[in-house]
Design a protein around this ligand. Structure first.
Ligand SMILES: [Zn+2]
Length: 477
């Protein structure tokens, strides 16, 4: 109800702006206002680390810090949205909703205008219930307490980052460009050990998305204040026991050292089937970070940026994503005795829910957010670990390189295969569902459901922008 009321207030304010512009009594057309801030989220305790099933003990120290960053955008009509980026592997639905609602309340907007995107670094901590079967049977009581405390502190720190960002709101100019970086490799199609040779021979195969989208935010004097950039590739260069932001963290540090007073924010694309290869050394993580920062800097320094008009439309929807045939209680009871730890953990978790009277649902409320900036740039934010096919498909159907499709947004509940990957099966198509604690694979409508809804939402935000732009135009006498 509160969200509904807030949306009404937002809309009423926008209509008010349109009306005063229509009657010619408004001041000169306003401009973007933005503010950005960052807050440390490196754990104080030696927490269990997230992302790999083979880990057998907690973190041992820190290579680099982890950050929560917030960008508050407000268009010329006063319509606001908040983007949060986190150096974490993932967030579960419950925690993400709680954080989005708290941020929205503190900013006086609806939760549908707050998006949280993670970098998917595999050298970050376990957060809430995300990927719970990976460590469900391994954690002692002390670890569980620390994990709960970390989630509580994380929410407060993100609220603090959003508050600081809003305090810094100031007139800004936005511009958009797209660069390229080539270290992401389709991991389903190229055996990891052969990648160096295949790369040398120019024989790497499989779909990839090497675009590097850049949203540059400058102050009124033209000074770069925030740069938001992305890449469609797993943050899995490192797999050891030290906290780090992996290659996205190094890319942000590099950009922030090249551009003092600028906050660099990374959001991961549809890189679920993409790995940075070769990998596994700190030098390579730094190297890929520098490559990505160079790609961003090339866009910034060579005037490949186009101005973005000061208009924002934001929409959010949860679509029912259906599962394949659900397992029976008997099947789960059998699985709960499995020698494979994660399989047993998933079955035990699901049986616990059944015993509590909570039947398994045949679908999942899958989150999609679409923001439109200046009637040119389309930002699609999809939940889960999304394979690259979605990025290529949505870019081809929307505004090409003026579209960015972020994965790992708002709820990282599972891998999201395309129909092709689902039918091929293997890890991203089926097996990884176990690690997310979901009962079975998605059904064959997965791509149609998500891509269809995203395209429809993008169309509606574009129409809404055109409609409000028309009513904002001063009429000739
Ligand atoms: Zn992953």
């Amino acid at each position: 109800m509160r969200i509904g009321v807030q949306r009404f207030v937002d809309r009423r304010f926008c209509v008010f702006c349109a009306v005063i512009l229509l009657f010619g009594t408004a001041p000169a057309l306003a401009e973007w206002k933005t503010g950005a801030a960052k807050v440390l989220i490196t754990p104080d305790q030696p927490l269990w680390m997230a992302g790999y099933g083979g880990r057998d003990h907690a973190a041992e120290g820190k290579l680099t810090d982890l950050w929560a960053k917030a960008l508050v955008l407000e268009d010329g009509r006063g319509c606001r949205a908040v983007l949060i980026t986190l150096d974490l592997v993932g967030l579960d639905r419950k925690l993400s909703q709680s954080i989005r609602e708290a941020v929205a309340k503190s900013q006086g907007i609806g939760a549908d205008r707050v998006s949280i995107c993670v970098s998917h670094t595999h050298t970050g901590p376990v957060v809430g219930q995300n990927l719970a079967p990976l460590h469900y049977l391994l954690l002692d009581e002390q670890q569980r307490q620390w994990i709960d405390q970390y989630a509580e502190q994380l929410q407060l720190k993100i609220l603090e980052a959003a508050r600081l960002a809003a305090e810094k709101l100031a007139p800004s100019r936005l511009s958009w460009g797209s660069g390229v970086a080539a270290f992401a490799v389709n991991r389903r199609e190229n055996p990891e050990a052969n990648v160096p040779q295949l790369r040398t021979q120019n024989k790497l195969v499989g779909p990839v998305d090497h675009d590097v989208p850049v949203l540059a935010v400058s102050d009124a004097a033209g000074q770069l204040k925030t740069v938001l950039f992305g890449y469609a590739c797993h943050a899995t260069v490192l797999s050891f026991y030290q906290w780090s932001g992996d290659y996205p963290g190094f890319a942000c540090s590099e950009l922030e050292s090249l551009h003092p007073d600028c906050i660099a924010m990374f959001w991961a694309g549809c890189g679920a089937d993409q790995n940075p290869l070769p990998r596994r050394t700190v030098e390579l993580a730094r190297h890929y970070g520098r490559q990505l920062a160079d790609a961003v800097d090339t866009v910034l320094l060579t005037s490949q940026l186009e101005p973005v008009a000061d208009r924002l439309e934001a929409s959010y929807r949860e679509v029912s994503l259906r599962f394949d045939t659900l397992p029976t209680r008997e099947q789960l009871q059998q699985e709960s005795q499995s020698a494979t730890k994660q399989l047993a953990a998933r079955a035990q978790m699901l049986l616990k829910r059944l015993d509590a009277g909570e039947p398994l649902s045949d679908c999942y409320p899958y989150p999609i957010a679409v923001w439109r900036l200046g009637n040119e740039v389309t930002l699609v934010m999809l939940g889960g670990e999304v394979v690259v096919d979605y990025s290529l498909l949505l870019k081809s159907q929307l505004s090409g390189k003026r579209t960015w499709v972020a994965g790992y947004s708002n709820d990282i509940m599972a891998y999201i295969p395309s129909r092709r990957v689902l039918l091929e099966g293997r890890y991203e198509g089926a097996d990884a569902m176990v690690y997310y604690g979901l009962p079975t694979r998605w059904n064959q409508q997965v791509e149609e459901t998500i891509a269809g809804a995203a395209v429809e939402m993008a169309g509606k935000t574009a129409q809404e922008m055109e409609r409000t732009a028309e009513t904002s135009q001063p009429k000739s006498p």
